[in-house]
Design a protein around this ligand. Structure first.
Ligand SMILES: [Fe+2]
Length: 183
């Protein structure tokens, strides 16, 4: 009797697991695009605050470099909107809003210098990982939807985000090494 119930449940699960329709995927894609557009436009304002609070030259350089990339990434998202024939618009990204908020909080709470630099790196890497996840998904959706020009643009940004994350790891490692050497 119990087994019959189980098999019934399994059948039920199977029958609801239908594949997603192209129009639904297009809708998800647009939603995710609005989300990352919000995130990127807000990062354009958040990164300069991180730069103002950083002390390591290497970290400042890495953040300035990524600020320039971010401006270009905003343009790329706008180009993707154009490719799908939609007006660029934002949808508040609660996750990025929280990450930026958290970054500002730890900057305030940490003493200026090596500690605040480490906190900035940690916050910036969390942001990068969110972006890597978003652009990875967007690129996959665009690929399934046959939007090859959009895939190219999204992959370009994805590679920049990954490189920025790696650079931040390098900065963190060299800061720790310098600290250890001076002791
Ligand atoms: Fe970005």
């Amino acid at each position: 009797m119990k087994d019959d119930n189980y098999s019934g449940n399994r059948v039920g699960v199977k029958s609801t697991a239908t594949s997603i329709q192209p129009s639904q995927l297009q809708e998800l894609f647009e939603d995710e695009l609005k989300d990352i557009y919000w995130a990127e436009t807000h990062l354009k304002k958040a990164i300069p605050k991180m730069i103002d609070n950083a002390t390591s030259e290497e970290l400042i350089q890495a953040l300035e470099n990524h600020l320039n990339e971010t401006k270009e990434q905003v343009n790329r998202v706008e180009q993707v909107f154009e490719l799908i024939g939609k007006q660029a618009s934002t949808k508040k990204c609660e996750a990025m809003d929280g990450l930026i908020d958290e970054a500002e909080g730890i900057i305030r709470d940490c003493e200026e210098g090596a500690m605040r630099d480490a906190a900035i790196i940690s916050a910036a890497q969390k942001i990068e990982h969110y972006e890597i996840a978003s652009y990875g998904t967007l690129s996959q959706f665009a690929d399934i939807l046959g939007l090859s020009d959009a895939v190219d643009l999204l992959e370009q940004t994805l590679e920049e985000e990954k490189a920025a994350d790696e650079k931040l790891t390098e900065v963190a490692v060299s800061a720790v090494n310098m600290q250890a050497a001076s002791q």
